[in-house]
Design a protein around this ligand. Structure first.
Ligand code: PLP
Length: 417
């Protein structure tokens, strides 16, 4: 047989080409493979299918938008109604004030790269072009475009490219004193922006704690550094509030979103920009920010977002996430007593991680979970199991997931030993 032509994302194709899993159908919190296997979607795909699979109202919104206008470019003076209304809606939900502005793009990596450019462009526009240094955190993930690859703190993603973007440095994801020391060393006159996932996702589901977030936010004010909250995972309800920035009182200068804005039904992402950052570009005698892609403000993607936000509101799914936070934690916490489990991470909405001894053990758990009807994936260095189900998951399903994980971990310990 001819091997696949599809080059999978972040995959070792030498192995994957003989082991592709074809997903054919989804409904609620479950997906089905082409050969009929039914699986609980424990990671909600890539942390994005928040309202669950197969939502008719999103499908209908997409179809009816396409009947009128699939999309039209939004360069220069052009706009479309779904994009205009979506920006108003996001500004009303996000904690950046009613005069915030929204840049729309195609997804998370795209938002990260645009935000990195805007942070430098902003300091140039206000007459301080030496402020160019962008600070990222070890273990963080900001997508895989050029800036995001550089700002992210997962070294494996940076191997083999030579020099990436200049003037990017890294600091501790959990110790704010390290951030302070770095800010002091680089100096306010050179610092442009600090990129921060309120809860690190792909790096292993790491909540740095209220004190870290409060102190890095304070340091950013003190050293005049733009605080960029990367809410690609946490945005639109995953932490039980519309945005983690609101839950943790972050007041970001820019807030990045993607995934949950459409629950992944269509590709969409963007940046909410605080009024003071937008101001040099919105004045009548201001400058242009020469950013934008063909699909910025894609009308049909925006229609999908509206239908998705309607579901979140109508079904009160944020309150549901808030209630399920404790259920997820009590389903996972007992695993900490098992051999081979180093740490259970939970307590920030529907975001959980189980850190096990090593990647071999985690892979054995994933395989054992498959046999128990649960699709799981590993993150960080392959040694953390991701648990971030759709918001419609039930407490009962979370308990079963915890029980299946306990059995699978027990079965995997000898395999790893
Ligand atoms: C925090 C964060 N930022 C950015 C990205 C990149 O988003 P995308 O894969 O849509 O480009 C991701 C993706 O997982 C993410 O988790």
């Amino acid at each position: 047989v001819k091997e696949t032509s599809f080059w999978h994302s972040q995959a070792h194709m030498g192995r994957v080409k003989h082991a592709e899993v074809v997903i054919e159908r989804g409904e609620g919190a479950y997906i089905w493979t082409e050969d009929g296997h039914r699986l609980l979607d424990a990671p909600a795909s890539l942390w994005h299918c928040n309202v669950g699979h197969g939502r008719a109202s999103i499908r209908e919104a997409v179809s009816s938008q396409m009947e009128r206008l699939e999309t039209y470019m939004t360069f220069d003076r052009y706009a479309n109604r779904p994009a205009l209304d979506l920006c108003e809606r996001i500004v009303a939900l996000a904690p950046l004030g009613e005069d915030a502005k929204v840049i729309l793009g195609s997804g998370g990596s795209d938002a990260v790269d645009a935000a990195a450019k805007l942070s430098r462009r902003y300091w140039t526009a206000v007459g301080r072009p030496a402020k160019r240094v962008i600070v990222g955190r070890e273990k963080s993930y900001h997508g895989l475009h050029a800036f995001g690859t550089t700002i992210g703190g997962l070294p494996a993603n940076r191997v083999g490219y030579g020099d990436l973007m200049p003037d990017v440095v890294h600091t501790s994801p959990t110790d704010w004193r390290d951030v302070e020391a770095l800010f002091e060393e680089v100096g306010a006159e050179r610092l442009a922006a600090f990129f921060c996932e309120p809860v690190i996702g792909t790096g292993g589901v790491i909540f740095p704690g209220d004190e870290y977030l409060r102190e890095v936010r304070r340091l950013c004010r003190e050293y005049e550094v733009l605080f960029v909250a990367d809410e690609v995972i946490t945005g639109f309800g995953r932490c039980g509030a519309w945005f983690a920035s609101e839950r943790f009182g972050l007041e970001p200068d820019m807030l990045l979103f993607a995934k949950g804005v459409t629950s992944g039904y269509l590709p969409l992402g963007g940046i909410v920009v605080a009024p003071h950052v937008a101001e040099p570009f919105w004045r009548e005698d201001g400058e242009s920010f020469r950013q934008g892609i063909t699909y910025s403000g894609h009308a049909t993607a925006c229609a999908a977002a509206h239908a998705n936000l309607d579901i979140l509101a109508d079904e009160d799914l944020l309150a549901r996430v808030d209630g399920l936070e404790a259920e997820l934690e009590s389903a996972l916490r007992p695993l900490e007593a098992l051999e081979g489990v180093l740490e259970v991470r939970a307590g920030t909405g529907l975001l959980g991680g189980v850190h096990v001894a090593d990647a071999a053990m985690a892979a054995a758990v994933v395989s054992a979970m498959w046999d128990r009807g649960v699709l799981m994936r590993t993150i960080a260095e392959g040694d953390v199991l991701q648990v971030s189900p759709p918001f419609i998951v039930t407490a009962e399903e979370l308990r079963s997931l915890g029980a299946a994980l306990a059995e699978s971990i027990d079965a995997a310990v000898p395999a790893a030993a």
